[in-house]
Write a protein that binds this ligand. Structure first.
Ligand code: FO1
Length: 324
């Protein structure tokens, strides 16, 4: 067995995860600690039902990336995917703005069929993970329905002021201003099986470089999860998804500004300072390290753009080292 974090025994690592940024960091982490010691608690606020199928985009992005089957160009879906089912759907005038690949469809059929048969999302996720031969544990943040809902500032949703996350992100290409975000159903949701134990029992908790508002926000809105992380604040390290005032991918910077946050590593520190004791920021923001520390977090500066598996592994080493 490869050495654990302290060089003697495996350390338990729990990562709070959204989509592509989290998936890439997890792929780095499993290169530097035994993969079986790694747990990802994954956002399900992006989940959507399309054509009667239950789709869990962040769980699938993490699964496909850890399996080495992801499409690196899109950041979602599978490499080498084909789109025949979508073509068929289009022939009947069905909705095709949310693209479901032929192989990806099998995952959604498996999830939906099992949910309909009464199996919980955590057990289904374990089945999918095992189907891809993954050693890390993937846990949905909750088995209850929590839906990230976006209120559009200018009513550009085609009539409705409030739209579901995928309508905002994919149909509207996140090119519309947002005035508020809520996590419908969160107040009555329960943490998924194993989630609180994974956080409470971890040697290191990592907040992945995911969108703080719509990827990590839903996790923190599930009653009990934020408190569990706060109790481990001294062992929690966050990685900034904002580099030089911008998100590498997606609308994190714009959303932060639209919702009254500063779109910088300092703004990220203000969001995370109650749950994490350290923020890892990119070298491009080195001059803001002091300002992050003024917000009450330790600050580590390194290269955070995971342009290759080697950079991801190096970032993982730095992040895990920052907790010790
Ligand atoms: N993102 C897109 O930009 N366009 C799509 O058509 C699309 C389809 C899709 C299907 C399955 C899936 O698991 C993810 C998909 N995504 C698509 C990505 C998804 O919208 C985002 O990754 C997340 O929800 C944000 O983290």
């Amino acid at each position: 067995m490869r050495p654990g974090l302290r060089g003697e025994e495996p350390a338990l690592i729990t990562v709070l995860a959204g989509g592509v940024g989290a998936a890439r960091l997890l792929a780095g982490i499993v290169q530097v600690v035994p993969p079986a010691e790694v747990t990802a608690v994954v956002n399900t606020g992006d989940d959507v039902v399309m054509h009667g199928l239950h789709i869990s985009p962040d769980l699938d992005t993490v699964t496909y990336t850890l399996a080495g089957a992801d499409n690196p160009e899109t950041g979602w879906g599978l490499a080498g995917e084909t789109w025949q089912a979508m073509g068929s759907l289009g022939r009947y005038g069905g909705e095709t703005w949310f693209n479901l690949g032929d192989v990806d469809l099998g995952t959604h059929l498996y999830r939906t069929g099992n949910l309909a048969a009464g199996v919980g999302l955590a057990e289904i996720t374990a089945g999918i993970s095992s189907g891809w031969g993954l050693e890390p544990t993937l846990l949905p943040m909750t088995e209850d329905r929590v839906a990230t809902m976006m209120t559009l500032a200018d009513g550009s949703g085609g009539g409705s002021d409030e739209v579901g996350f995928q309508e905002y992100f994919v149909r509207l290409r996140h090119a519309v201003p947002v005035s508020s975000v809520r996590f419908a159903g969160a107040e009555s949701s329960l943490p998924g099986p194993g989630v609180l134990d994974a956080i409470g029992g971890a040697d290191v908790v990592v907040v992945a470089p995911s969108n703080p508002i719509v990827s990590i926000g839903p996790l923190l809105a599930v009653p009990g999860i934020a408190d569990a992380i706060r109790a481990r604040r001294d062992r929690t390290v966050a990685v900034s998804p904002i580099i030089a005032g911008a998100a590498l991918k997606g609308p994190a910077d714009r959303l932060m500004r639209e919702l009254g946050h500063e779109a910088s590593v300092v703004g990220v520190a203000r969001i995370y300072r109650d749950i994490a004791s350290c923020l890892v920021i990119d070298s491009a923001d080195a001059d803001l390290a002091g300002a992050v520390e003024t917000e009450g977090m330790a600050c580590v500066v390194t290269d955070t753009v995971m342009s290759s598996p080697e950079v991801a592994a190096e970032l993982a080493r730095t992040v895990l080292g920052a907790a010790s």
